[in-house]
Design a protein around this ligand. Sequence first.
Ligand code: 5GP
Length: 195
Amino acid sequence: MSSPAPDAGPGPSRLVVLAGPTAVGKGTVAGRMREANPDVWISVSATTRAPRPDEVDGVHYWFVSDDEFDRMVAEDELLEWAVVHGAARYGTPRAPVEEALAEGRPAMLEIDLQGARQVRETMPGALFVFLAPPSFEELERRLVGRGTETAEERARRLDTAHEELAAESEFDVTIVNREVTAAVDELVALLKSGS
Ligand code: 5GP
């Protein structure tokens, strides 16, 4: 009845959970990681949010309906899931994570704080990395600068960001995202250190 537990702890197949406040650059860091380090497996989340113009189904997210998300939850297909920013639902499909770890690939999840807390319960051997902005002002600048949210949505995300920043101490490691290449280098070192 029991399936083998994935080895998320120290060893060749390390799982890194990357979280941090809205607009800190998690998506950019994950994108750069995907390009520069194809040997690192990065989870593709399911979401009920609508795609942005440059987003591709199956690459950035699996864009699913509410009914499909309900089905995934009911059938226990998600390792974790959460309503993020009081809006859409986001979740990590479980099977691909387990497969990547079983293959011994360094694996990364880029998820929100609520999701990271859930993974800490189920996979305590993972390494939890907090991506921090250089300052709150810089975070606001990045959120306004990317121009993908309405003013109302931005205000909601900044509210969430205050709570998310306060959670830094729950994480094993903090990386300050001053410059994306440097942040990716730090992450790669952690993913491959296996300790
Ligand atoms: P965005 O809508 O800007 O792509 O992402 C919004 C937030 O959802 C980000 O903080 C991102 O980390 C989070 N997120 C993306 N995928 C997942 C997931 O699978 N689970 C959880 N809990 N959060 C996610």
